[in-house]
Design a binder for this molecule. Structure first.
Ligand SMILES: *[C@@H]1O[C@H](CO)[C@@H](O)[C@H](O)[C@H]1NC(C)=O
Ligand SMILES: *[C@@H]1O[C@H](CO)[C@@H](O)[C@H](O)[C@H]1NC(C)=O
Ligand SMILES: *[C@@H]1O[C@H](CO)[C@@H](O)[C@H](O)[C@H]1NC(C)=O
Ligand SMILES: *[C@@H]1O[C@H](CO)[C@@H](O)[C@H](O)[C@H]1NC(C)=O
Ligand SMILES: *[C@@H]1O[C@H](CO)[C@@H](O)[C@H](O)[C@H]1NC(C)=O
Ligand SMILES: *[C@@H]1O[C@H](CO)[C@@H](O)[C@H](O)[C@H]1NC(C)=O
Ligand SMILES: *[C@@H]1O[C@H](CO)[C@@H](O)[C@H](O)[C@H]1NC(C)=O
Ligand SMILES: *[C@@H]1O[C@H](CO)[C@@H](O)[C@H](O)[C@H]1NC(C)=O
Ligand SMILES: *[C@@H]1O[C@H](CO)[C@@H](O)[C@H](O)[C@H]1NC(C)=O
Ligand SMILES: *[C@@H]1O[C@H](CO)[C@@H](O)[C@H](O)[C@H]1NC(C)=O
Ligand SMILES: *[C@@H]1O[C@H](CO)[C@@H](O)[C@H](O)[C@H]1NC(C)=O
Ligand SMILES: *[C@@H]1O[C@H](CO)[C@@H](O)[C@H](O)[C@H]1NC(C)=O
Length: 835
């Protein structure tokens, strides 16, 4: 090996070591979502005596049937060097204990209070018993306590209020009793409190209602009682900004009325007060909660009316007021609630008519108005709610006939219990309108007749105008085609083929599988796929340029039947000769994978023009999806991860099943379909090209910032250069930055590495991803680590794509499962954090 390669290797070694260390430490920093002036790294340092003793004591009180803690065996040497399962340290001090889902029994030792640097304790989903240690209150750096899904009992130690920077306390689904200590709200960073599914009693401490930082408050399924305090959002620390977005108090014993002060929490998105003993009316001020999406007040004893301000809640998606005593009429203006999908008013005392305005909530899927005192007819316009899948107006005082579309769609149980209502079943057929006792057709007859009569006046004129237009259009089309042919002929004469608009050159005649285009001798070859078009269809399709790449120009073409295809017109003189070309194209046409853009057909023109026909991807390229969007368009993390996993799958298939190197993987040739699933394009195209053309492609790829450094010498792409490009794309997804534009003179991998080195890892990520850090922080960091591994300067150190895929699937297993089972529910990946 030469000197040069040696130095690259040692550089890589240092670089990598440094990265892993930094990441390990920053990983924690990010999980806990804060800024801290804490020291840097400390791996490899021997654990302090105090921490060692504490860990030993902790192990002693745990019952470890699966032997998870077997590695906690030596005299402490391994504790902080990664040897002890679930332990992370900084400078010989334990900063995290993470042992979820380990089948651990026994108790959490009070000795945990000795771990002075502890920031995070995560022992959720075990079988732990005994109390929550009060000594947690001794830990000045504690940020996150995750002990949910255990069997802990006793009461919540008030001492936890002494942890000044506590952010998350999740003790849900245990057997805790006693009251909620008011001191919990002491931390100025308090972000999420989840005490749901316990047996806590007493009332909600006022201090919690005044915490300016609390964002999630989940106290459902307890034995809490008393009135809900009316002190929400009342300033306690000279701070009038309140963060609460999620409030779940359902399934308790709360009494009293809905506090008016809730209306001060302007960021609230969800309120659930169901299954309590709440009385009184819905405060008018609730109409101020413009971000409210979900309101569940079901199973209480709320009376009065639905306030008019309710129609100002334009973000509402779901409303349930089931089983209350709400009376009076539904306010007008429901059409404002254009995002509403569920409206459930079952078993109240609503009166008056069913408002027509419900018909204007076009996305409504569930409407239940049963067991009220509604009168009058069912508005016929309700039938226009095409997405309605569940509809119930039973047990009211409705009258008249059920609109026929509704009675066809929903069975009689949706309508029963309305004595004066008819036409929803055979036994309730309406008496007056149908003159004869014939089934449906006569009922429709009068309408149709009416319709025909109108047709004879206005509509005939319309039809005539339409026909005229159609004729004109056809004439225009013919003229255009002729013009184009002439132009093409002219251009051929001039020896140039720079066409700007369509894939011109009409070739008449068509066949089926392999077709020869008559006079001009073109040839269209189809591979399997949904498209049935002829050479004519293709060549006369309306086409618009989508972009130019190294291989040629891409068009979006709309075929006769309205279907769309992507057509790539290859640069002439850069492709192989016809026979070789056809052999290679036939091989490419057989490659089918959900993440590889399918080649559906090719066309060879008489003058050597070559067109490739692919599936059309409506969401364009990943490059434009990421970099050319409006400021309001947010691309969330599951979507990005879905792209990363899909691209890895496609590339893995290429490498392992097709034995093919991509050689030019960039975000511009990753295309996204309607579900934003990625499809790699441009693979194998190099096989259609001459050797000279391919050299150019590699040179161009380099300028785009996706080219592995060794390609400057090698000139030959291989699996490791592809993995490098994949790494750059993952960095692009994480940072939102385009690798095409250098930052401070560095390319994207160098820039990311430099930021990570300076411990500003959080600065690397796309700002919009940072909004969800408490739930996805670990995923971001693990993905970043993996991407940096892929862009390692040394090819040998890079993983194979199959390993990249495995690791991505481990980082986000829900997505992996969803994608593998073929459904596109990927975005509904579980919200509940694992830590
Ligand atoms: C401690 O446990 C680790 C992992 O289980 C094992 O590799 C090591 O040999 C053990 N050391 C001792 C001293 O038992
Ligand atoms: C609270 O905990 C319950 C039970 O573990 C869980 O279902 C819920 O999603 C959690 N809510 C929040 C806001 O953390
Ligand atoms: C925490 O809150 C309690 C009661 O709200 C108060 O008495 C105590 O002084 C507070 N502790 C700290 C450290 O702020
Ligand atoms: C709630 O409290 C009542 C008495 O007030 C008691 O009967 C009931 O068992 C308690 N429920 C739970 C889940 O602790
Ligand atoms: C008020 O509290 C919020 C949330 O804790 C914080 O972001 C904001 O800076 C505080 N404002 C003031 C003026 O202290
Ligand atoms: C609240 O803060 C403002 C400045 O942010 C200050 O003028 C005011 O006096 C403070 N009020 C109290 C009660 O501390
Ligand atoms: C609602 O019920 C309460 C008793 O729970 C009663 O005092 C009040 O008058 C009722 N309000 C209305 C509008 O019916
Ligand atoms: C609804 O909101 C508008 C604008 O914010 C306000 O002017 C109006 O008074 C509100 N209507 C009700 C009934 O609260
Ligand atoms: C309705 O939903 C859409 C998409 O979910 C969202 O963009 C829009 O902001 C919502 N409208 C309101 C008024 O909240
Ligand atoms: C509701 O929809 C009907 C048509 O279904 C339309 O004529 C009417 O103007 C709409 N009303 C409002 C307030 O949008
Ligand atoms: C009806 O449902 C379909 C499929 O869920 C959805 O795409 C469409 O937007 C919905 N229509 C309306 C008017 O919300
Ligand atoms: C609802 O209608 C029933 C039957 O007509 C009547 O007895 C009852 O008083 C009505 N209730 C209200 C609140 O109007």
């Amino acid at each position: 090996m030469s000197m040069e390669s040696h130095s690259i290797k040692s550089f890589h070694g240092k670089f990598y070591l440094c990265c892993t260390q930094l990441l390990l430490c920053l990983l924690l920093a990010l999980t806990c979502k804060f800024v801290s002036g804490d020291p840097t790294t400390g791996d490899g340092v021997i654990v302090t005596q105090a921490d060692y003793q504490a860990l030993r004591a902790i192990k002693r009180e745990l019952i470890d049937l699966r032997g998870v803690l077997r590695s906690w065996n030596d005299s402490g040497l391994g504790a902080c060097s990664g040897g002890w399962a679930g332990i992370k340290c900084v400078k010989g001090q334990v900063i995290a204990i993470q042992l979820p889902w380990k089948g651990l029994r026994g108790r959490v030792s009070e000795k945990i209070g000795q771990l002075q640097a502890l920031r995070k304790i995560s022992l959720h989903d075990n079988l732990l018993v005994g109390p929550v240690p009060w000594s947690l209150g001794f830990l000045p750096n504690l940020r996150g306590v995750y002990l949910f899904n255990n069997r802990l009992s006793g009461s919540i130690p008030p001492s936890i209020g002494n942890c000044p920077v506590l952010q998350t306390l999740d003790l849900s689904n245990n057997a805790l009793t006693g009251k909620i200590p008011p001191s919990l709200a002491n931390s100025t960073r308090f972000f999420r409190l989840n005490l749901s599914y316990n047996s806590l009693s007493g009332s909600i401490p006022v201090s919690l209602t005044r915490s300016p930082s609390l964002t999630f408050l989940a106290l459902q399924h307890n034995n809490l009682s008393g009135s809900i305090p009316d002190t929400w959002g009342v300033p306690s620390r000279n701070n009038s900004s309140y963060q609460l977005q999620f409030l779940a108090l359902d399934n308790n014993l709360f009494s009293g009325s809905i506090p008016v002060s809730l209306s001060k929490l302007v960021l609230l998105q969800e309120i659930s007060l169901s299954n309590n003993k709440i009385v009184g009316t819905i405060p008018d001020d609730l109409g101020k909660l413009s971000k409210l999406q979900k309101l569940d007040l079901s199973n209480n004893a709320i009376n009065g009316s639905l306030p008019v301000s309710f129609t100002n809640l334009t973000s509402l998606v779901s409303v349930s007021l089931v089983n209350n005593r709400l009376g009076s009429q539904i306010p007008e203006g429901l059409q404002n609630l254009h995002n509403l999908t569920l409206l459930d008013l079952k078993n109240n005392q609503f009166i008056g008519q069913i408002p027509e305005s419900i018909s204007n909530i076009s996305g409504l899927t569930q409407l239940d108005l049963s067991e009220n005192n509604f009168t009058g007819e069912i508005p016929a316009s309700l039938a226009s709610l095409s997405n309605l899948t569940s509809f119930n107006v039973s047990y009211n005082n409705l009258s008249g006939s059920v609109p026929s579309l509704l009675s066809k769609k929903f069975n009689s149980s949706s309508f029963v219990g309305n004595i004066q209502l008819c036409g929803f079943s055979i036994s309730t057929a309406c008496q007056s309108p149908p003159p004869l006792n014939l089934p449906p057709p006569p009922m429709e007859a009068p309408k149709r007749h009416h319709h025909r009569r109108r047709l004879s006046t206005k509509d005939i004129i319309l039809i005539a105008v339409g026909a005229l237009l159609a004729v004109l259009l056809i004439v225009c089309c013919i003229l255009l085609c002729c013009l184009m042919r002439k132009r093409a002929a002219l251009k051929e004469k001039n020896g140039k083929s720079t066409t700007s608009k369509a894939i011109e050159r009409a070739v008449p005649k068509a066949g089926t599988e392999v077709e020869s285009g008559g006079e001009m001798g073109g040839k269209l070859v189809h591979f399997d796929g949904p498209f049935l078009f002829t050479a004519d269809d293709l060549l006369c399709a309306t086409a618009e340029i989508m972009g130019k790449s190294t291989y040629g120009t891409a068009y979006k073409a709309t075929l006769e039947d309205g279907s769309q295809v992507a057509v790539k017109r290859l640069r002439e003189k850069t492709t192989k000769g016809q026979r070789e070309f056809e052999a290679e194209a036939a091989a490419l046409g057989k490659i089918r994978h959900p993440n590889l853009l399918a080649l559906r057909a090719y066309y060879l023109g008489p003058k050597g023009e070559k067109l490739l026909v692919f599936d059309y991807m409506s969401n364009g390229s990943l490059a434009s999806f990421l970099h050319a969007r409006g400021p309001e368009t947010v691309i969330d993390w599951p979507t990005r991860m879905n792209v990363a996993i899909g691209v890895s799958r496609g590339l893995n298939y290429l490498h392992t099943q097709e034995n093919m190197i991509h050689g030019n993987l960039t975000s511009s040739n990753i295309l996204l379909d309607e579900q934003t699933s990625p499809h790699i394009s441009d693979f194998g195209l190099s096989r259609l090209m001459t050797a000279a053309a391919n050299t150019n492609v590699i040179a161009t790829a380099g300028t785009l910032g996706y080219r592995a450094p060794e390609l400057s010498k090698l000139k030959n792409a291989n699996t490791k250069t592809d993995v490098y490009s994949l790494g750059v794309i993952i960095l692009e997804l994480l940072t939102g930055k385009s690798p095409g534009e250098p930052t401070n003179g560095m390319d994207l991998p160098q820039w990311v590495a430099s930021i990570v080195k300076e411990e500003w890892t959080n600065e690397v990520f796309d700002l919009e991803l940072m909004r969800d850090t408490p739930t996805i922080g670990d995923e971001l960091l693990n993905t970043l680590k993996l991407a940096l591994h892929c862009v390692d300067p040394s090819p040998a150190a890079r993983p194979e794509v199959v390993q990249v895929l495995q690791q991505l699937e481990e980082i986000r297993p829900e997505l992996a499962a969803a994608a593998a089972s073929g459904d596109d529910g990927a975005k509904e990946a579980a919200q509940h954090t694992s830590e």
